[in-house]
Design a protein around this ligand. Structure first.
Ligand SMILES: Cc1ncc(COP(=O)(O)O)c(C=O)c1O
Length: 500
């Protein structure tokens, strides 16, 4: 058998302590079934505090808007709702998310509506005094029409920009480049029509600033977009408009793998496997977007950089500190000098270390006689654990019931299969090494799944149950829990609020 290749998850307290309490996790799955999502609302508040700490270090004002799409949980939202209203808000991308945010205790002035919006979404956002992050000039026209028709108050709007152009090379004299294409926002070169529409609709909308969200990990590209937005806002001011907010979206990232070396070894081995110089390390030779063309590896690996030396608040810090090429000052200094507020919309990074997903082992069998690998069927499907949609699944943690059963046996390579009658229903296409062969009834814990993995793609195919979610809180040496929908941050878990 080939030497095991591991991608050990990055696990920090209190998630590490939760993972260590096997009997508690087993009792939850016994009661509520598999799959099960376990959330730590306290951790999301700590992450928000870390982001605010970065603001503080750079003397910046503004708000951290949680991108709700990353997780459907009520507990996480309600926990954020009790944070400082001046600095913590929520970014909603559908009318249902907006209703949910209101029901979790966010007032309209702490909500920002992003993404494409239909009339109901626009109307409710305007009605409750949310900020509307405009995706297109058409959206501005529709919003303005609704405000007039229904006699609503003026709505604060940001304009989302895209298609940033910048000169690369020394002193900006090199070639012109375009930031990655987006189907969202208005290209910076087409903003004239948008600006005159903003001027025309001043009675119905209050233009408060510019926004972008770039789907990239590239910090330089983001710094240049930020700089372009500052220039755009300068132009707006020259025309008599008064923007004061710069919203730089989300995408601050999460480090999923604990050790850089493991990530390097695994990605190198993937390339070698694609070249055929080592046995495949994926189901049926899946290559994550790479291909072998006559002995040369071509294509781009569709892989989330699972090991990140800098992510989340650290990445924001790095972005704000980067020297900016055209205007010659770091983004934080630019924002300060212009007295702009900074808005951010972190999703994945705000729920880093905020939860795990549990699945019961249903069945274990050999893939074939020669490989020595096994197929482990789980009571969950790929929709319940969709980290693979965004990257590569890190190693799950085997949770035997009793302490004594932990370390027997030797490492074994397994493929994790879901509970749908579909060949493609694999939790990961990666060969995963477990410390020993699991047994039916044991649990696998997928760690750090709160960002997009646990419910973004969840569905009810074959009438399989969608995972229930619970919120947990450390109490002394044990854990208190309640259903996600029953969590309210005004009490400790499991207690009734005091009568007033
Ligand atoms: C407009 C917008 N803001 C914020 C986010 C959150 O991004 P992330 O979860 O990478 O922080 C997204 C993600 O798709 C987005 O589209």
């Amino acid at each position: 058998m080939d030497a095991p290749l591991y991608l050990g998850p990055r696990v920090e307290p209190p998630l590490a302590a939760l993972l260590a309490d096997r009997s508690f996790l087993h009792s939850l799955v016994d009661a509520l079934g598999s799959p099960l999502n376990v959330l730590l609302p306290g951790a999301v508040a700590e992450n928000a505090a870390r982001f605010r700490g970065v603001y503080g270090r750079h003397h910046l004002t503004g708000r951290v808007y949680f991108a709700h799409k990353a997780n459907r949980s009520s507990a996480l939202l309600r926990r954020l709702a009790v944070e400082d209203p001046a600095t913590v808000g929520v970014d909603v991308a559908s009318v249902e998310e907006l209703k949910h945010a209101l029901g979790c205790g966010f007032t309209g002035d702490r909500i920002m509506a992003t993404g494409p919006k239909d009339a109901t979404f626009l109307w409710l956002a305007a009605r409750v005094g949310a900020t509307v992050n405009l995706n297109s000039p058409g959206e501005l026209e529709r919003l303005s029409g609704l405000v007039r028709t229904h006699g609503l108050g003026r709505v604060a709007v940001l304009v989302r920009l895209s298609g940033f152009e910048y000169a690369s090379g020394r002193e900006g004299g090199g070639t012109r480049q375009l930031s990655r294409r987006s189907r969202f926002g208005t290209p910076v070169r087409d903003t004239e029509a948008l600006l005159s529409a903003l001027e025309r609709h001043m009675e119905t909308v209050e233009f408060i600033g510019a926004a972008y969200h770039l789907d990239t990990t590239g910090v330089e590209e983001k710094a240049r977009a930020l700089e372009q937005c500052v220039l755009f806002m300068d132009e707006c001011r020259a025309r008599g408009l008064t923007p004061r907010v710069l919203d730089i979206g989300g995408g601050f990232g999460v480090g999923y793998v604990a050790e850089a070396e493991e990530w390097e070894q695994w990605t190198t081995a993937l390339v070698e496997a694609v070249l055929g110089v080592r046995p495949p390390l994926t189901w049926r030779g899946h290559a994550y977007g790479l291909r072998n063309e006559g002995g040369t590896v071509r294509g781009a690996a569709a892989l989330y950089p699972a090991y990140r030396p800098t992510a989340g608040p650290g990445y924001l810090d790095e972005l704000l500190s980067l020297p900016a090429p055209v205007l010659g000052r770091p983004p934080a200094t630019l924002l300060l000098e212009h007295l702009h507020d900074l808005y951010i919309e972190p999703g994945r990074s705000l729920v880093d270390q905020c939860g795990l997903s549990l699945a019961r082992v249903l069945d274990v069998r050999s893939v074939d006689a020669e490989s020595g690998h096994y197929l482990v069927h789980l009571a969950m499907n790929a929709g319940d654990m969709s980290l693979e949609e965004h990257g590569v699944l890190v190693d799950p943690v085997l949770l035997p019931r009793a302490e004594a059963e932990a370390g027997d046996g030797k490492p074994v390579g397994v493929y994790l299969a879901g509970n749908l009658c579909l060949e493609a229903d694999l939790i990961t296409r990666r060969l995963v090494f477990l410390p020993r062969l699991p047994r039916a009834g044991e649990l696998l814990a997928f760690v750090n799944t709160a960002g997009y993995a646990m419910d973004f793609h969840a569905h009810r195919a074959q009438r399989q149950p969608v995972a229930r979610a619970v919120a947990v809180e450390r109490r002394g040496t044990s854990w208190n829990w309640c259903l996600d929908e029953d969590y309210w941050p005004i009490t400790s878990l499991g207690e009734q609020p005091d009568e007033v």
